[in-house]
Structure formats: C-alpha cells, structure tokens
Design a protein around this ligand. Structure first.
Ligand code: AP5
Ligand code: ZN
Length: 215
C-alpha cells in the first residue's frame, strides 16, 4: 500500500512514519528530510533551499516533485509513506500522475488532526538523532540516557533551524493557505481518513494501523 500522512508541522508525521517503517517494512519518503540532505551538500541550490526552509516557507513545487519522482522510479516496489508531500494542489496532481505512470495506486490519505496550541511545545521540544533520524522530545519522549540515541547509541543530537516560534508561525500559515485544501481534495476522491494526532503516540499508531488494515 501507498499512503500519505497529512498534517501541520508537529502533527507527528515523521514519528508515525518511522513506526510504519519498523513495523511494516514500508518506505518513508519525507521531502523535508530530502531537502535537509540537499542543504548539507553545500551547493548553491542547497543553500537557497536552506534559506527558504529556515524562514518556514515552502520550496518550489518543481524541486520537490523532482525529488519524489527520482525516489519512486528508483524503487518500483511501492509501500511508500509520503511524509510532508504533497503540500500543494499541483504537487497532489503530480503525485497522482506519477503513481499512475508507474502502475501504482494511492491507497489512503491519513489526516493527523491536532490543535495549534499543542504544536508550539511539540516543535520547540523536538530533537532528533543526527545519525539514524530517530525523533525525540524534551518532555514527551526523551532518550532513556540523556544525549544518547535509544536506537543506535549515537551521541549526535540535532535541533532544526526552523524549530523556533517565528518560523513555526510561517510554517502554519503555509499549511493553512496551501496544504489544507488537500483535505477536501482527497475527501472528494474517497481517500481521506482522519485520526486524532493529539492522542498518545501508541494510540495514534493504533488508529493508523486500523485504517491500513481496512484497506
Ligand atoms: P518537514 O520536514 O516536512 O516539516 P513539517 O511538515 O513542518 O513537519 P515536522 O517534521 O515539523 O513535524 P512532524 O509532523 O513530522 O512531527 P514529528 O513526528 O517530528 O518540512 C520542513 C520544511 O521543508 C518546510 O517548511 C518546507 O520549507 C520544506 N518542504 C518539505 N516538504 C515540502 C514540500 N512538499 N513542498 C514544499 N516545501 C517542502 O513530531 C514533532 C514532535 O512531537 C517530536 O518531538 C515528537 O517526539 C513529538 N510527538 C509526536 N507525536 C506525539 C504524540 N502523539 N504525543 C506527544 N508528542 C508527540
Ligand atoms: Zn540514532
């Protein structure tokens, strides 16, 4: 199955995508992660992307569609979790066309519903393992041993440049203006399911599993 995790910054898309990778062997395609990788390449394009992301604005459709196209055509097996993509209507149309062209289907779009006031603390408390990408939170999911990744033992913990209140405001604005119309778009296509993203992590995981098992 191929699914989209849809929700505002901090909704828990990355956290739940990693659970699906571990639990079901699915493939996480996070455009945010791909763009952050491009940034470390130090190319001119990478630097421009980094500037846009740090402000909390969206990168152009052209760039992200290109990244996704590369991954889909290079990995025909499917089982994709689209995390943070699509984010605009043109991106949604492009994904539909890409999947059709490679003989694949989109099986479910899972909207992770959260309340804006919860997002500030989710985002400002987040840190990730610089080595394996495991996601942590100062209050709700700290590493068992301070500063040491539970998964891989690395001591390189990183915080994102856009995880501050100002950039978050811009990210939310972009979400409501450009991404939230996708809820209606996928509802009209009969693909949409919603889960309560404010529930505790295991409960969110169970709600997503039940959507997938009904497919
Ligand atoms: P991206 O990397 O996609 O970031 P985002 O959408 O802002 O989402 P986040 O990664 O911040 O949140 P998440 O939902 O994954 O939450 P997480 O699981 O980490 O995009 C970044 C930027 O890249 C964009 O602003 C844009 O510039 C660019 N970009 C990316 N894709 C693009 C596209 N398609 N088009 C154009 N531009 C694009 O959880 C957050 C925290 O909460 C963690 O600390 C976690 O431990 C904690 N948490 C998670 N679930 C729970 C729970 N149930 N209870 C308590 N705590 C929880
Ligand atoms: Zn790690």
């Amino acid at each position: 199955v191929n699914i989209i995790l849809l929700g505002p910054p901090g909704a828990g898309k990355g956290t739940q995508a990693k659970r699906l990778v571990d639990g079901r062997g699915m493939v996480q395609l996070s455009t945010g992660d791909m763009l952050r990788e491009a940034k470390t390449s130090g190319t001119e394009m990478g630097n421009r992307v980094a500037e846009v992301m740090a402000k909390g604005q969206l990168v152009t459709d052209e760039i992200v569609i290109g990244l996704i196209e590369e991954k889909i055509t290079g990995h025909a097996g499917g089982g994709f979790i689209f995390d943070g993509f699509p984010r605009t209507l043109p991106q949604a149309d492009a994904l539909g066309a890409l999947l059709a062209r490679t003989g694949q289907t989109l099986d479910a779009v899972i909207e992770m519903r959260v309340d804006d006031t919860a997002l500030v603390s989710r985002i400002t408390g987040r840190y990730t393992c610089g080595s394996c990408g495991a996601v942590y939170h100062d209050a709700t999911k700290p590493t068992a041993k301070a500063g040491v990744c539970d998964v891989c033992g690395s001591t390189e913990m990183v915080r994102r440049a856009d995880d501050n209140e100002d950039a978050l405001k811009q990210r939310l604005m972009e979400y409501y203006k450009k991404t939230s119309p996708l809820i209606g778009y996928y509802y009209a296509k009969g693909k949409l399911s919603s889960v309560d993203g404010l529930a505790e992590m295991d409960a969110v995981g169970a709600a997503i599993a039940s959507v997938l098992d009904k497919r």
